[in-house]
Design a protein. Structure first.
Lengths: 218, 250
């Protein structure tokens, strides 16, 4: 069994895991939402750029991306922010999440259909205002279950940051393993923590989204 | 002299090889109620969409008062805010309550302060007898109630003209009455309206002019009495006979 001290050591990875997941999710949102609307409403060249972005970043293994950003752009090319492994990992996960979220939101926009846009334009709203006040809120409701899964994915994938030395949950668990030579318990503790972080939020968003969709007839 | 609110001249809308609207000219004066009818696929909805500049006409011009909307560089958002539009399939915003649906245009287009927008929205809901439903979402209302909110949404913007594209045709027959009643109230208040509808008793009661559209063209136009007694074109005669028969059956 682990001592309390060792348990606390693993728990000390929590802030790093959370920071990487939350900020990469927000970065993904900042990329994905506008990209989805660009893909839906702007001309062909812009659509191609979004498509290419999605294909490239969904196609690269996460680990390769993290190595490239941290070792390549950060250490080798000397881009200072990426010399910090937490920032490098957050960025790498965030740009991949942007590709995922772009696809999630695009599906939601398609689900809403053109009529809502037409009704908004008929009132005299500009396209941008129509997106902001009519399309985006509905997009969020429709996409909420998928956004929950995306968040869970980021919590899990934040464990890749272990490779570049971030002291997140996985790394801490490994350190405890190295000291105690217990191959099972530290990993089980980490497993438990990951489930605790992913399950409630993903489930809540799924339930909230389904209820809201039903209520609004979306 | 009454002023012309809306006018279109030699309007064409062509989709690829299909001519949806063919050389249509009409003029709507203040307080006018024009009723457009005709078989499905005759270009009624396309014409309505072109007049509200929701679709760009291929050729011809649309005027709102003195302003030509088909000229490049016109602020169409501003123009659309002055034209009320009620859709066949209603299209309320799903995520907003009845009141929220109405407030959106007032707040974000007319830039009304929150309190004023709320009061105006409630007033518009009262006009269609939907004030009790202000806090309900569209999915919680019947089709007829939704369409009344749709009318209130257009009304609240104080448009210079309201264009209604078959406001009752997507509704169950037992729900059309309440919508027609709301339109009748608008007519009594002297609202300038262009209505696409096949509700013949309503047409006879309120319309100043009926316009029969077929294959994108105005085939015949005149006061309702002309159509109900002796339309001069063969096509209008046949179509009227069918409509009247259907109305009797209902």
């Amino acid at each position: 069994m682990l001592s309390t001290k060792q348990l606390i050591l693993i728990l000390q990875g929590l802030p790093q895991t959370l920071a990487i997941s939350i900020f990469s999710f927000l970065l993904g949102l900042a990329i994905g939402l506008p990209f989805a609307f660009i893909r839906a409403y702007m001309s062909k060249p812009y659509q191609i750029i979004v498509d290419a972005y999605e294909k490239v970043f969904r196609g690269i293994p996460e680990l390769v991306l993290i190595f490239f950003i941290y070792l390549g752009v950060g250490l080798e090319l000397g881009f200072t922010p990426f010399k910090n492994p937490i920032i490098a990992a957050t960025f790498a996960l965030g740009i991949r999440s942007g590709a995922n979220q772009s696809q999630i939101f695009r599906g939601a926009i398609r689900g809403i259909g053109e009529d809502q846009m037409a009704a908004a334009r008929a009132l005299g709203l500009s396209r941008l205002k129509a997106i902001f006040y009519v399309m985006a809120p509905q997009t969020f409701i429709i996409a909420s279950p998928s956004l929950g899964s995306e968040y869970a994915l980021l919590i899990k994938d934040s464990s890749y940051a272990f490779i570049i030395g971030v002291l997140e949950i996985m790394r801490q668990a490994d350190r405890v393993r190295a000291v105690t030579l217990d191959m099972v318990t530290p990993t089980l503790v980490a497993t438990f923590l990951y489930i605790l972080l992913t399950f409630p939020i993903a489930t809540y968003l799924d339930m909230w989204g389904s209820r809201k969709k039903k209520q609004l007839g979306l | 002299m009454t002023q012309t609110v809306m006018e279109c001249a030699n309007l064409w809308k062509i989709y690829g090889k299909i001519v949806a609207v063919k050389d249509v000219s009409l003029e709507i004066k203040e307080g006018d109620i024009k009723l457009i009818f005709g078989p499905s696929g005759s270009g009624k909805s396309t014409l309505a969409g072109c007049l509200a500049m929701l679709t760009t006409p291929t050729k011809g011009s649309v005027f709102l008062r003195e302003e030509c909307l088909t000229e490049p560089g016109v602020d169409l958002n501003k123009a659309r805010a002055r034209i009320g539009f009620v859709f066949q399939h209603i299209w309320l915003f799903h995520h907003l309550t009845a009141r929220g649906n109405i407030e959106l245009g007032l707040r974000r287009v007319m830039k009304s302060p929150k309190k004023e927008a709320r009061e105006r929205a409630m007033q518009a809901l009262r006009e269609v007898k939907m004030e009790k439903w202000a806090g309900h979402y569209p999915a919680q209302m019947s089709g007829g109630q939704q369409q009344r909110v749709g009318i209130a949404r257009a009304l609240a913007m104080d448009p210079e003209i309201i264009i209604l594209d078959e406001p009752t045709s997507a509704l169950d027959p037992e729900l059309t009455g309440e919508v027609i009643d709301a339109l009748r109230d608008l007519a009594k208040k002297g609202t300038t309206m262009l209505v696409i509808s096949h509700e013949m008793p309503f047409a006879r009661e309120v319309a100043d002019e009926m316009i029969f559209l077929d294959e994108g063209m105005i085939v015949e136009r005149g006061p309702p009495d002309l159509f109900f007694t002796n339309p001069s074109s063969e096509r209008a005669r046949k179509f009227m006979a069918r409509l009247i028969k259907r109305t009797r059956r209902e």
